[in-house]
Design a protein. Structure first.
Ligand code: ATP
Length: 292
């Protein structure tokens, strides 16, 4: 993708007292990209995003948003919408008032009714914030982030606590933003959402960025797995590896090995039990990261 990076993080360190929560992290997010920053609990994702958002200062390193310092709020904030894990809405304001107020503070123009609509909050517009459910509060957080269609949207665990319809609606709204050219950075613990939607993924563990790339780049470094069991008395199959009585085959040639196994089973008249075969998933990359 052409153009200067929307976010440019170089050798970032974030500390809390003596504790170094983020160490030597470098990453770039390109215009129009959906970049998912994933990681284990406490890996340092929120700390990193807080520096990018201008809410926290780096201990060292350089962070540029649209080529500017995140502290240059006047230049940067109107171009950036942020959905925090927890935000500070006044409990007595209505949903409509909250969207209007936070929208006005963003410095962007939009129609409050439109934003309530894309966030699934039209029916709740007259409810006070204190009356909202957890999922409805997340929708309100989302509404204020996407007000005015910012060029950069940062979503910290946007779908946590949302039911499946609300998640689908949120992703549809994100898709529309992207069609309009917005760049999106998000964190999530729902790996399948990142696997489906992210152009690139950064995987953090214990304060550092351990891996980065497309889903294909991340998953092709690990073998695919075939598992099956044999009925009693069956002959030995032409594969290696057994675990807990079931066979466990790790392969970089999934199709070839599966073909050979099924061909053998057919020829030997053996019915394979509990046969499972599939490409490497992001979950597997994650588990390998934690085990390393
Ligand atoms: N204000 C703080 N004071 C001290 N330590 C903190 C503070 N905020 C975060 N930490 C610590 O820094 C580390 C990174 O936290 P951070 O919230 O950035 O992780 P995360 O990757 O977003 O985690 P999660 O997925 O659990 O939300 C954790 O060990 C956390 O306990």
């Amino acid at each position: 993708m052409p153009g200067s990076p929307v976010i440019d993080v170089e050798r970032l360190h974030v500390t809390y007292g003596d504790f170094e929560a983020v160490r030597d992290l470098s990453l770039q997010v390109r215009p129009g990209e959906l970049y998912a920053l994933l990681g284990t609990n406490g890996a340092g994702k929120t700390s990193t995003l807080e520096v990018v958002e201008g809410h926290r200062r780096a201990a060292s390193g350089a962070v540029r948003i649209f080529g500017r310092s995140p502290q240059d709020r006047r230049a940067v904030r109107p171009r950036m919408g942020i959905m925090l894990q927890e935000s500070g809405f006044s409990p007595d304001l209505t949903v409509e008032e909250s969207v209007g107020l936070f929208g006005a503070l963003s410095g962007r123009d939009d129609d409050v009714g439109r934003v309530l609509g894309v966030s699934g909050l039209t029916r709740k517009k007259d409810a006070s914030v204190s009356q909202l459910s957890g999922g409805e509060k997340r929708r309100l957080d989302f509404a204020t982030a996407v007000f005015g269609g910012p060029e950069l949207v940062i979503l910290d665990e946007p779908t946590t606590g949302l039911d499946i319809q609300s998640r689908d609606a949120l992703w549809a709204a994100v898709d529309r933003l992207r069609e309009d050219g917005s760049t999106v950075v998000l964190t999530t613990h729902y790996l399948e959402e990142a696997q489906q939607r992210a152009d690139r993924i950064g995987l953090m563990h214990d304060g550092t960025l351990r891996r980065e790339g497309t889903v294909v780049e991340l998953t092709q470094t690990l073998p695919s797995v075939i598992t099956f069991a044999l009925p009693p008395g069956a002959p030995e199959p032409p594969t290696v590896g057994a675990r807990n009585g079931a066979f466990h085959v790790e392969t970089f040639d999934l199709q070839g090995d599966l073909y050979r196994l099924l061909d053998w089973a057919h020829g030997a008249g053996v019915e394979l039990e509990e046969l499972e075969a599939g490409p490497t998933r992001l979950d597997d990359v994650f588990r390998a990261l934690e085990a390393a």
